[in-house]
Design a protein around this ligand. Structure first.
Ligand code: ASP
Length: 319
């Protein structure tokens, strides 16, 4: 049984490619990289890869993480500038015996050494968002993910039962230089264990990391919870704890898949979507609704929603 699940609608085209690869017998390692690269390369997704929004100094700093659940190998890069495909660098790092997590210039040096594609990642469109946000910022009292939040995180299972997980993000818009969130942190942004499954998160990194939420979901699945139960429990427990201890909880959204291709999702916000494909399910986008009791339900996105999504992503930036 194979499958791939990803945070947000933006992963749909990528998982379509990966779904084909998995059907042809390609590995979870190969398929997840192709799917995440597709998101990184698309200029209209303003939170991942090319076209990602910059930090407060108008510099695009990218984070990515990768885990091979067969042997628990991990690779991650943090705050790297001007490389086309952070996920590929993170994946390559996971093959090293040590030095698996590299930041900023050290990460760039490694990427140059292995001839990963260099590319100016700040687009004119991202510059326009920056100028617009600069004007709005005076009225904003705290760092918030813009329009919800949008890291791409994926979990992939292949026919051999190998599980991989990966993330790629430009992080919070207007973050401080050098800031990283949960996305390149193993256990927080992503986790995979082929004996169980994998999970990945998106939202306010500063809060997601407080619960090591991706590891927690995999741990709960190992205890026997279904992916849906594990996602809901992890999100609801962390949400409640953050509110109890700190007065509020940031955005927390997660998806998970076990090594049988069964999947789940949970969120504490409105407007979370995810993309998924399995052996028995053609690539599809689901919209998630959180009920008052904390239970999350999901239904297929309508054609109207999908059309509107692309229209708003590609609309001119009104400054
Ligand atoms: N989790 C990401 C971060 O904190 C943001 C996001 O999901 O958009 O960097």
């Amino acid at each position: 049984m194979h499958g791939i699940i990803a945070t947000w609608r933006m992963a749909k085209e990528g998982i379509e490619q990966s779904d084909k690869m998995l059907k042809e017998g390609k590995t979870a390692a190969q398929a997840i990289e192709v799917a995440i690269k597709a998101v990184e390369d698309f200029p209209y997704y303003k939170s991942v890869g090319y076209g990602g929004l910059p930090n407060e100094e108008q510099v695009v700093e990218l984070d990515a993480g990768y885990m091979d659940g067969d042997i628990l190998s991990v690779g991650a890069i943090c705050a790297i500038q001007d490389f086309a495909n952070p996920i590929s660098i993170a994946k390559k790092l996971s093959e090293e015996k040590v030095n698996n997590v590299l930041v900023a210039e050290g990460a760039a040096k490694y990427a140059r050494e292995y001839h990963f594609e260099e590319k100016e990642m700040l687009t004119d469109r991202a510059r326009a968002f920056y100028r617009k946000k600069k004007k709005e910022l005076a009225a904003q009292d705290e760092l918030r993910p813009y329009d919800g939040h949008d890291t791409v995180g994926m979990v992939c299972v292949d026919n051999n039962g190998s599980v991989t997980a990966g993330t790629s993000t430009s992080g919070l818009f207007m973050k401080r230089s050098g800031r990283i969130g949960d996305s390149p942190l193993v256990g927080s942004g992503f986790y995979a264990d082929s004996e169980v499954g994998g999970a990945t998160a998106t939202g306010l990194g500063e809060d997601l990391m407080k619960g090591c939420i991706s590891y927690e979901i995999v741990r709960l699945m190992k205890e026997g919870l279904t992916p849906q139960e594990a996602c809901e429990k992890a999100v609801n427990d962390l949400d409640a704890k953050l509110i109890a201890k700190r007065g509020k909880a940031g955005d927390l959204s997660v998806v998970a898949m076990n090594n049988k291709g069964e999947f789940g999702c949970a969120t504490n916000i409105e407007g979370f979507s995810f993309s998924v494909a399995t052996e028995n399910l053609e690539p599809i986008v689901y919209l998630v609704t959180r009920k008052e009791d904390g239970h999350c339900e999901f239904e297929e996105a309508s054609q109207e929603w999908l059309d509107n999504y692309m229209k708003t992503r590609m609309a001119p930036v009104e400054e």
